[in-house]
Ligand binder design. Sequence first.
Ligand code: SF4
Length: 150
Amino acid sequence: MEISYSLKHKPILPIRTAAEMLGVSVHTIRMYEREGLIIPHKSEGNQRQYSHADIERLECIRKAIKELKISINGVKMMYSLLPCWSVVECSEEDKTNCSSYGCHTEPCWAINHPNTTCENRDCRECEVYKDYTKCGEIKELIKKVSKNKL
Ligand code: SF4
């Protein structure tokens, strides 16, 4: 059964459960967080919580690393290619001020964005972070953006 969008993004799983579902250690999930690949939700008690969308994202990361032999830096580069400026409709001024616009090494959500439209956004709630959890979806977005430019 397909779960609703809001349920899919609801952070309900503690880190231990997420690790069990993925067959990895808690340490591995924390390492992905330190590397800027994921943004966990923090509860009022400062506990990390994950949604089914986070599990989907982590599965994509695991597949890239384990099956496709892509390094952590390679996964970061993959996320850095998301055309975030198109999704959040950055102005030309935003692009000029944004350090992730020309960056090919880090996902946009792992970089600070002073003086841009992203300055005060909550990246975990942003469609760029939320809606492209599966590896194939990143390619589909790039295709869609390039098609609109033609
Ligand atoms: S709000 Fe965060 S995730 Fe969204 S485009 Fe800006 S930096 Fe990227």
